[in-house]
Design a protein around this ligand. Structure first.
Ligand code: BGC
Ligand code: BGC
Length: 443
């Protein structure tokens, strides 16, 4: 597929791809790894669309050299992966398991050997099960445990990881994992899940100090954002839009950038303690922005437990996930973040952007994915448009390098630039991989 010429990006712009541990590693029993909440959840009947688990996933734990070869072939300057907390501390507390850290050390050294910057996320949702048994992120102590784990990782890798990302999408972990129960740990607390927001943020702030004490590398967090499209023109619709925006887009970012929590459904007494907001507002070097789609919102029915109703957005092409393809939303989001936070906002990197399509190898074994090329092309033009409006965006990471285990959707959603045949673990770069390499990264 041919696309219009890609505009130039600023010198030093970081091109990368992202993955996460439980979605690709497999080897869940190797080298002393403990169980995480996702092992438990995936093995519970009825939780995962195709009944699969991440037990094997892409077997990346054993095939990381081949996967780093794919990264090198793509020409990216950075690779965002996540470290599985239960490989480092099988029960989420105590001394590190050296063999667990050895894996990430081998990975990091392999990346550096190929000129690829390691970008490490410390928490991409795979909490050690033992911590969940003690209350998980509903328990304030988990924040302290997270900082201890960050210290152990940074003590080993602090000299080589080029960018730290503390948490991945604390909003999704709170809402889907603890509010709605569709992700691990499967709690359905609705707004009683709010302590999970505060304790993750507190853990983030404590981890920032731990990382800075051990490593000179910049520190970020990766938030999920979704610009709100109000469907309807009543005051109630607009109020619902603002309520959703506060929950999805501001609940985490306002306190991170020193503004405290937005108004809205609040915290019970004793959750937010004196000094916490200062810990949470520790300066960030980069704000990671994960973007997939905007959200349509209108006023809720009177008997709804929620102060808004989510409605499908019409008029957009859709991915295999049925998500609207809306590059304009990424441009709007980046501009809005700049306008909303001004000087408090650090430079941004798009730490996830991508799409699922039903990619199938043809008779010759080739995987042609023109929809993904169109998706990436549109979203890169959107980033460039934001930069043209003066927004400081310094990197873009595609989700994902490989087709992988897509949480509650199991293996049914393929997000990769590289196709994976799960029966054989054969990797086949899709046409989007060649497009990204030849038209964007090394034109
Ligand atoms: C599709 C599934 C298909 C699978 C196997 C996925 O991307 O969503 O429908 O069975 O690929 O290739
Ligand atoms: C997550 C990824 C996930 C992707 C696609 C993001 O919310 O960080 O782990 O695979 O979205 O759903």
């Amino acid at each position: 597929m041919t696309t219009a010429p890609m505009p130039e990006f600023p010198a030093g712009f970081r091109w990368g791809v992202s993955t996460s541990a439980y979605q690709i590693e497999g080897a869940v029993g190797a080298d002393g790894r403990g169980p995480s909440i996702w092992d438990t959840f995936a093995h519970s009947p009825g939780r995962i669309a195709d009944g699969s688990t991440g037990d094997v996933a892409c077997d990346h734990y054993h095939r990381y050299r081949e996967d780093v070869g794919l990264l090198a072939g793509l020409g990216v300057s950075a690779y965002r992966f996540s470290i599985a907390w239960p490989r480092v501390q099988p029960t989420g507390a105590g001394a590190a398991t050296p063999a667990g850290l050895d894996f990430y050390e081998r990975l990091v050294d392999e990346l550096l050997g190929h000129g690829v910057d390691p970008v490490a996320t410390l928490f991409h949702w795979d909490l050690p099960q033992a911590l969940e048994d003690a209350g998980g992120w509903l328990n304030r102590d988990t924040a302290a445990r997270f900082a201890e784990y960050a210290d152990l990782v940074a003590a080993r890798l602090g000299d080589r990881v080029k960018l730290w990302i503390t948490l991945n999408e604390p909003f999704i972990h709170m809402s889907l994992g603890h509010g709605m129960g569709v992700h691990a740990p499967g709690r359905m607390l609705l707004f009683d899940a709010f302590p999970v927001a505060h304790h993750q943020l507190l853990g983030h702030g404590l981890a920032v100090s731990a990382l800075r004490a051990r490593s000179g590398s910049p520190v970020a967090i990766a938030n999920n954002y979704s610009p709100v499209r109000v469907a309807g023109d009543t005051d109630a619709d607009r109020a619902a839009g603002a309520a959703y925006d506060a929950l999805h887009n501001r609940l985490f970012t306002d306190p991170l950038l020193g503004l405290g929590y937005p108004d809205g459904p609040g915290f019970d007494e004793g959750v937010v303690r004196a000094g916490d907001l200062d810990v949470i507002a520790a300066p960030l070097d980069v704000l990671g922005v994960n973007y997939y789609n905007p959200t349509g919102i209108r006023a809720a029915e009177p008997d709804s437990p929620l102060p808004f109703e989510i409605v499908p957005l019409e008029g957009y092409p859709r991915t295999a996930f049925d998500w609207p393809v809306a590059p304009d939303g990424l441009r709007d989001l980046l501009v809005d973040l700049r306008d909303r936070y001004g000087a408090a906002l650090p430079p941004m990197q798009v730490t996830e952007s991508g799409c699922a399509y039903d990619d199938v190898p043809d008779a010759d074994g080739r995987v042609d994915d023109p929809d993904r090329i169109a998706y990436l092309d549109g979203h890169l033009h959107a980033v460039r448009a934001a930069i043209d409006e003066g927004v400081d965006v310094t990197g873009y990471f595609v989700w994902s390098l490989l087709d992988n285990w897509e949480w509650a959707e199991g293996f049914t959603k393929r997000f990769g630039l590289v196709h994976v045949d799960y029966a054989t673990q054969r990797r086949t770069p899709k046409s989007s991989y060649a497009w990204l390499r030849d038209r964007v990264i090394k034109p």
